[in-house]
Design a protein around this ligand. Structure first.
Ligand code: ACO
Length: 468
């Protein structure tokens, strides 16, 4: 992707960065940026607030200052100068790729972007009756490589192979030889689990699965977008970037350079974000030595909820239900009276302005200049933002989060709301897989405890003697 063709987008990002730097100080939270010695002392609130789960070199969120850093790089710099492909490589490998490394990585992504056998299976599901996130989860399970060395099921023959649709297993009937029952054979040229599985082999296998998922989940989102409205999936275009392909496969139209760039920036912004609920869910599954596909499936499930990634879709419905900027005051007063949470506001970690919203807000406004409906919704959003920040910003540290503006950006590009959370997942998969792989290097199964507040010593009563 050529950033020179979209200087206006770079300029908007740099302006947002300048504003953020002016308004935030550069001091990290000292207790959260030094190596740990276990056991660690920390104060834990409900929902594990404040709990320290592990050390990481992948990313850092400073909630009181409103900073987001991936592997030492400021998110604003990555948005202004980098691409989602580079950022995914950075998260997984620790450094930005050299030209040659990027070339190899891109080739890998191109080869994994085509999922003909998985899509053939997806076509047979009633996706139009299904939540898009459920469809995405099914799709990733069908991408799953049963040869994952950690997966005991891999030892089983044919029935398992049949679900592994993209790993060269082609179900076909044998020539009729007068058998009394149908026999299916599966061409299986996948690697067998070696007798000795070293840590190196395991992590090479996991890395390959990570590449497969990072690339393939974009294809799944594209296919879901089309299948749910009765259209056939669009083949990826090897000439387009990951962001360009995502838009192309969703809409069937080649994006403009501005659309491709804005999609790319959005993917960068959503790629990683500390120990959020979906990342933690995927790491909990990985810590049992399940495989990367199952772990990512857990991440998708957790991201789906309206308190997490599902908020972006809800934000759009919320703005549409408000309708016009003049209605904001009354709508907000009613919401406050009914103690309704305002979708797209608040965050467990950020008690300052979310840097991702600082970038997406101006991008939404930029797109709104050329789209009447988006312009109206943007005005509603900006009016609501003023109301919420002036009443809850100082007192409770409630500001817009990433989900407040992402839906506006996508809707201005003509993408329907049910696709917003799957698009989020197609980006966050980079962070999920990077953190899973980092954690597995020093794995210890996650296993907190709960305080039991139930009864003791209850006498057992047989069913026929139990009373209501
Ligand atoms: N609207 C109004 N009040 C809010 C909001 C909101 N969006 N968010 C928090 N508050 C208030 C709560 O009512 C509570 O007030 P109280 O102390 O008077 O009871 C206080 O702020 C703390 O709120 P909690 O819900 O305890 O904060 P928590 O850290 O548990 O939740 C969360 C964070 C889930 C993000 C919350 O702010 C929320 O529900 N926001 C709306 C949904 C949303 O936008 N989610 C996306 C988050 S970003 C992401 O996941 C990608």
């Amino acid at each position: 992707m050529n950033h020179q063709s979209t200087p206006e987008i770079t300029e908007l990002i740099l302006k947002a960065a300048e504003k953020a730097r002016r308004e935030t100080s550069s001091t990290p939270e000292p207790e959260l940026v030094k190596p740990l010695t276990w056991p660690v002392q920390c104060t834990v609130g409900p929902g594990l607030e404040g709990a320290i789960s592990c050390e990481t070199k992948i990313g850092y969120v400073n909630g009181s200052k409103g900073w987001l850093i991936y592997r030492g790089y400021d998110i604003f710099d990555l948005c202004a100068y980098s691409t989602f492909e580079e950022v995914s490589y950075l998260l997984l490998h620790g450094n930005l790729p050299t030209g040659e490394q990027l070339d190899r990585f891109n080739k890998k992504l191109i080869s994994y972007r085509s999922l003909p056998k998985t899509l053939r299976k997806m076509i047979s599901f009633p996706l139009e009756e299904m939540s898009t996130m459920a469809a995405l989860r099914i799709g990733t399970m069908m991408m799953r490589q049963a040869q994952t060395f950690l997966d005991k099921e891999a030892a089983r023959p044919d029935p398992v192979d049949a679900t592994d649709t993209d790993a060269d297993s082609i179900p076909m009937e044998t020539k009729p030889l007068g058998e009394k029952r149908a026999i299916y054979e599966f061409k299986n040229n996948r690697k067998k689990r070696p007798k000795q599985v070293t840590a190196d082999i395991i992590s090479a296998q996991e890395l390959e699965s990570a590449y497969h998922l990072i690339s393939g989940m974009g294809t799944l989102v594209g296919a879901i977008s089309r299948l749910r409205v009765g259209k056939m999936p669009t083949e990826p275009d090897p000439e387009l970037s990951h962001a360009g392909n995502l838009l192309y496969m969703m809409t069937g139209k080649r994006p403009t350079p501005v659309e491709e760039r804005i999609m790319d920036v959005s993917l960068i912004l959503h790629a990683d974000h500390g120990m959020n609920a979906s990342t933690f869910a995927s790491m909990v599954v990985a810590s049992t030595l399940s495989d990367v596909y199952f772990s990512v499936g857990a991440g998708i499930a957790a991201l789906n909820g309206p308190l997490h990634g599902g908020a972006n879709e809800q934000v759009l419905y919320q703005l549409e239900s408000i309708g016009n900027p003049e209605n904001v005051k009354q709508w907000y007063a009613n919401a406050r009276e009914n103690k309704t949470k305002i979708m797209g506001f608040g965050h467990r970690v950020y008690k300052a302005y979310d840097p991702r919203a600082r970038v997406l807000g101006p991008l939404a406004e930029y797109l709104g200049q050329h789209n009447r409906n988006a312009k109206r919704l943007c005005k509603v959003a900006k009016t609501l933002e003023k109301e919420v920040v002036s009443s809850l910003g100082q007192s409770k540290g409630i500001f817009p989060n990433v989900d407040f503006f992402s839906g506006l950006v996508y809707s201005a590009m003509g993408i329907p709301a049910p696709l917003y959370t799957p698009m989020f997942a197609a980006s966050r998969v980079s962070g999920w897989t990077a953190r899973i792989m980092e954690y597995l290097k020093n794995n210890r199964i996650f296993r907190p405890r709960a305080i039991y507040t139930g009864d003791f010593d209850r006498p057992y009563v047989p069913v026929e003697k139990r009373k209501k």
